[in-house]
Ligand binder design. Structure first.
Ligand code: PGA
Length: 241
């Protein structure tokens, strides 16, 4: 595991973006899974800036979202699809043929999950999964006790996650009871994983990963021993001993 502690949001975003730009320099047509949430916002801004100056080439990669709310259409401003378009895909002018975003409102949600997996598999699997971390150790919507072998599938969301995600919206949006998520099996199969950890409530989950022992109570520990794992973490979360 490559672990980097950063001081402040600027350095956090800069280091994460340098990592992504490095992967894209090595593998321009990389297949990339993208996260939502507060954590990656700076990363997306920084990647756009690097693309502007020619220090990163974003146009050849293929982009997938990690997860989505079940029942929420991609056109809905609460959807993860909308978030990714707004913060990254639209300003980066990524062509539509290079993007596959989960349809949370698909009439056959199992078929939608299978189609997401098939689209990733057709490109040879994920080259890079970019992840945030939940306070309860979740990665994407894989909550404690998740199946570590799964591909994309529907999951019930914990109250903790629903509450944390409701905080993004001032309009009283009710976070759906279920999510659609790439499973841990698929994430673990990615050749590289970039785990971004910032935010006050993440110290315990990060400590579980750093302890190096796989424990289903902490989904993030499924990444223990992953040969392509890089972690960029806010130094404020450093374990005290
Ligand atoms: P956050 O969420 O980036 O908004 O803290 C991360 C996550 O729950 O995966």
């Amino acid at each position: 595991m490559q672990l980097e502690w950063t001081d402040g949001p600027e350095a956090f975003a800069t280091r994460a973006a340098a990592h992504v730009a490095g992967v894209l320099a090595e593998t321009p047509a990389a297949t990339v899974a993208l996260p939502t949430g507060t954590t990656p916002i700076g990363l997306y801004a920084r990647l756009l800036a690097l693309a502007e100056t020619g220090e990163a080439t974003l146009a050849h990669a293929r982009y997938f979202n990690l997860d989505e709310y079940v029942g929420v259409p991609p056109s809905d401003p609460h959807s993860f699809a909308d978030f990714l378009r707004r913060h990254f895909l639209d300003p980066a002018s990524i062509e539509a043929g290079h993007i596959r975003l989960l349809r949370g409102d698909a009439p056959d949600i199992a078929a939608e999950a299978a189609a997401h997996d098939a689209a990733v598999a057709a490109l040879g699997g994920l080259d890079l999964a970019i992840l945030g971390l939940g306070g309860n150790g979740h990665i994407a919507f894989n909550e404690p006790g998740a199946d570590w072998d799964a591909g994309t599938h529907v999951v019930p969301l914990t109250e903790e996650t629903r509450k944390a995600n409701a905080a993004y919206f001032a309009d009283g949006f009710t976070v759906p009871s279920h999510g659609l998520t790439m499973g841990i099996g698929m994430i673990r199969a990615a050749r590289r994983v970039l785990l971004m950890v910032s935010g006050g409530s993440k110290a315990e989950a990060l400590a579980a990963l750093l302890a190096g022992r796989a424990d289903p109570v902490w989904p993030v520990t499924a990444l223990c021993g992953h040969p392509g794992l890089a972690v960029v973490a806010d130094a404020a979360l450093k374990p005290s001993r």
